[in-house]
Design a protein around this ligand. Structure first.
Ligand SMILES: NC(=O)c1ccc[n+]([C@@H]2O[C@H](COP(=O)([O-])OP(=O)(O)OC[C@H]3O[C@@H](n4cnc5c(N)ncnc54)[C@H](O)[C@@H]3O)[C@@H](O)[C@H]2O)c1
Ligand SMILES: [Zn+2]
Length: 344
C-alpha cells in the first residue's frame, strides 16, 4: 500500500510487512548510489539494524551506522552534535542520505540532523513504534528538546520516503503500543467515521492494525497537505496536547507522550462537557475508549499545577490558553480558553 504526500516535497509512504529486507532496492528507485548513515537507538538497532544494513549494502550503498541510548533523554543538542560530527568524520556530502530507523525519538532527531547538515540532506523515515508510524514519521516536524521544554529547537523538513514495516510491531512492548493508541484515540476523535468504529471495535498488534495505520496516515496527509507549517488547520492535531505537555513535564517525563495525550483528551473533554459544548453521548464515548485501551494513570495533577506549566508553554497567550476543543467526534475546534474559567 502506498500513500503519496504532496507537501513542499512530494514523497511516498509505503505500508506493508517484511519491507525492511528490500529497503535498499526500494530506496535505490529514488536515490542513486551514495553514502548512507543509519541512525537508530540501542534497542532498535540490535533488532532490525542488520537487516537494513545488509539490504542497503546489497543495493551498493556505502553504509555507516550511528546509534545512541534509547529514550527521550537522548533527544537533545548533545546527541545532535555528536551525529553531525560523525557525519563530517565519515565525509558525508550534500548528496548523501540518512535513514532513521526507530521510534519518534530517532525520527525527530535524525530528521533535524538531516535538515541542518550541510543545509539539508535527504532522509528516509523507517518508523518502528506505533506512535511513529501513525504520527511522528509523517508530516516533517523534526526537533530536539532543551532543558526548558520539549521540541524547542527544530524545523519543518520532509523525508524523501517513509517505509512502514508493520512486522516491527511484533517486538514492540505493550506499554509502547498503548502509547501509540493515545494518539490513535485522538485521531478517532478528530476524524470519526471508519476510524472511530475501528478503534471502538479494537485495534491490537494483530487485529485491524493495518487499516488503523492507513486511516491515521490518510488523515495526517490531508492535514499536512493543507497546512504544512501549522498556521491553522494542522493545529487540530494538538487535540489533547495542551494538558498532555503539562502532565509530561509535571511527571518529569516519566509518563510517556501518548499516555499523557490520552489524559489530555480526558481533561479537555471534561472541560468541554462542563462548558456545554460537548454532548454527554460523545463524552461517554471518549470514556469508553480510554477504558478499552486502559489509558488510566495513578498520578493526579491539579488543574492549577497544570495551568502554571501551560502558562509558560507556547500554547498560552496572555490570560488565555490555545486549545482544541472537542464538540463531537469529527467536530473539534481551535479556541482560546480563559485561564480563569478553567480554574473554576
Ligand atoms: N514529529 C512529530 O510530528 C511528532 C509527533 C508525535 C510525537 N513526536 C515525538 O516522538 C517521540 C516519541 O516517540 P516514540 O513513542 O516512538 O518513542 P521512542 O522513539 O523513544 O520509542 C519508544 C521505545 O520503544 C523502543 N522501540 C522502538 N521500536 C521498537 C520495536 N519495534 N520493538 C521494540 N522496541 C522498540 C525504543 O527503543 C524506545 O525505547 C517524542 O519525542 C515526541 O515528541 C513527534
Ligand atoms: Zn503527540
Amino acid at each position: 500500500m502506498v500513500i503519496n504526500v504532496n507537501a513542499s516535497k512530494n514523497y511516498d509512504i509505503e505500508i506493508g510487512r517484511n519491507l525492511l529486507q528490500s529497503i535498499g532496492a526500494n530506496i535505490s528507485a529514488i536515490k542513486n548510489k551514495c553514502n548512507v548513515c543509519i541512525i537508530s537507538d540501542d534497542i532498535v538497532y540490535p533488532l532490525y539494524g542488520e537487516i537494513v544494513l545488509k539490504s542497503l549494502k546489497d543495493a551498493s550503498y556505502n553504509v555507516c551506522v550511528f546509534t545512541f541510548n534509547h529514550g527521550e533523554k537522548s533527544k537533545n543538542l548533545n546527541t545532535f552534535m555528536e551525529i553531525q560530527e560523525y557525519l563530517a568524520s565519515q565525509n558525508f556530502k550534500r548528496g548523501d542520505l540518512i535513514v532513521a530507523l526507530g521510534g519518534g525519538v530517532v525520527g525527530d532527531l535524525a530528521g533535524f540532523v538531516a535538515s541542518t547538515y550541510m543545509r539539508g540532506i535527504d532522509f528516509v523515515q523507517v518508523p518502528t513504534t506505533l506512535l511513529a508510524m501513525i504520527d511522528s514519521s509523517v508530516g516533517g516536524k523534526t526537533a530536539v528538546d532543551l532543558p526548558n521544554g520539549k521540541n524547542l529547537v527544530g524545523s519543518f523538513y520532509q523525508p524523501i520516503k517513509v517505509i512502514i514495516d508493520l512486522k516491527t510491531l511484533d517486538t514492540l512492548p505493550c506499554t509502547e503500543y498503548k502509547n501509540g493508541m493515545g494518539e490513535g484515540i485522538k485521531y478517532a476523535m478528530l476524524m470519526d467515521g471508519e476510524l472511530e468504529s475501528l478503534v471502538t471495535n479494537g485495534v491490537t498488534c494483530s487485529t485491524n492494525v493495518d487499516k488503523f495505520v492507513e486511516l491515521c496516515i490518510r488523515y495526517k496527509k490531508y492535514i499536512v497537505e493543507e497546512d504544512e507549517k501549522e498556521s491553522n488547520l494542522r493545529r487540530l492535531l494538538n487535540l489533547g496536547h495542551t494538558f498532555a505537555h503539562a502532565i509530561e513535564k509535571l511527571s518529569n517525563y516519566t509518563i510517556p507522550h501518548g499516555i499523557a495525550v490520552a489524559q489530555g483528551l480526558k481533561i479537555i473533554s471534561d472541560i468541554s462537557l462542563k462548558q456545554g459544548k460537548m454532548a454527554q453521548v460523545a463524552y461517554d464515548k471518549v470514556q469508553v475508549l480510554l477504558d478499552r485501551y486502559d489509558m488510566h494513570i495513578d498520578e493526579e495533577y491539579s488543574i492549577n499545577d497544570m495551568l502554571e506549566v501551560i502558562k509558560l508553554d507556547k500554547k498560552a497567550e496572555g490570560d488565555c490558553v490555545n486549545a482544541v476543543v472537542p464538540y463531537a467526534f469529527g467536530d473539534c475546534r481551535i479556541e482560546k480558553l480563559r485561564i480563569e474559567d478553567l480554574k473554576n
